[in-house]
Design a protein around this ligand. Sequence first.
Ligand SMILES: NC(=O)c1ccc[n+]([C@@H]2O[C@H](COP(=O)([O-])OP(=O)(O)OC[C@H]3O[C@@H](n4cnc5c(N)ncnc54)[C@H](O)[C@@H]3O)[C@@H](O)[C@H]2O)c1
Length: 285
Amino acid sequence: MSIQTIGVIGAGQMGNGIAHVSAQAGLTVVMQDISEAFAAKGVANIDKNLQRGVDKGKLTAEEKAAILGRIRTTTALEDLADCDIVVEAATENWVIKKQIFETLDKVCKPGAILASNTSSISITKLAAVTKRPEAVIGMHFMNPVPVMQLIEVIRGLATSDAVYQAVMALAVRLGKTPISCNDFPGFVANRILMPMINEAIYTLFEGVATVESIDGIMKLGMNHPMGPLTLADFIGLDTCLAILNVLYDGLGDPKYRPCPLLIKYVDAGWLGKKSGRGFYDYAKA
Ligand SMILES: NC(=O)c1ccc[n+]([C@@H]2O[C@H](COP(=O)([O-])OP(=O)(O)OC[C@H]3O[C@@H](n4cnc5c(N)ncnc54)[C@H](O)[C@@H]3O)[C@@H](O)[C@H]2O)c1
C-alpha cells in the first residue's frame, strides 16, 4: 500500500499540525476546511511554526518553502479524490464526522484509507457509515503535532491488517511512534486524561483552590510539564467537553459526568487558548 498523497480535513490546531508533519516528511498534502479563511489560517500557522525552525537553524529557508509548496488547500471534499489516505481532523462532533465520512467514502478512490484523528468517537461507528469499513482506522495525533511523539492507532472492529500495517508504517515515516489500542470510548489517552482534567475543574468549582494553585500543585507535585487546567485550555474546552460526553454516554458511568463549570465556560465561548479565554486569559499574553 503506497502512500504519497494525504488529505487532511480541518485546518484547525490538529489539522494544520498533521499537514505540517506530512509535508515535512515529503508527502503531497491537500488540506480541506469549510472556508478558505480557515484553511489560510491553518497555512499561516504552519508557516509560523516552520519559521521558528528556520530561526533556530534547524531548517533552511529553501526547505521551508519546499514544505509549504507541498501543501494545497481547498473547501471541496471532491478535491481529495486522488489521496491515498485522508486523515479527518474536524471538530469533535459525531454529526459533522458522520457526514464527512459518508462523503469521503463516495469521493475517495477505491483502496484509499480513511483515518480519523478523533479523540473519542467510535472508529467502528464511523466505519459503519462507509462501504469500506476495513479501510477505516483511528490515527490520534497529540497536540502540538510537530512536537509530540505519540500517535495512538485505533483499530475498528473491521479494520484490516493491511490498513493497520500501512498506518503504523506511515506514522514512523512521519517521525512518530505509533502505539495501538482497541476501539472503546476515549481509547486509552483520553480515557485516562479526561477524568483527571474534569476532577481538576471540579476542584476549582468547589473552591478547593485557585486555578494557579491547582496547576502549580499538579505540575510540581506530579512532575507534569503543565497543570491540568493549562492543558485543558490548550486542548480546547469544547473538545474536552465533547470527549467527556462520549465517555459519559459510552461507558454509562457517572464518574465521567462533565463538571457544570466546564459546560458553563463552553456556553460562554470560553474555549481556551484558541478563543483567547479559558481558565486563563490569553488576551493579556
Ligand atoms: N486539541 C487537541 O489537543 C486534540 C488532540 C488530539 C485530537 N484532537 C481531535 O482533533 C480534531 C480537531 O480538533 P482541533 O483541536 O484541531 O479543533 P479546532 O477547533 O482547532 O479545529 C477544527 C477545524 O475543523 C473545521 N471543521 C468543522 N467542520 C468541518 C467540516 N464539516 N469539514 C471540514 N472542516 C470542518 C473547523 O473549521 C476548524 O478549522 C477533533 O476530533 C479533536 O477531538 C484534538
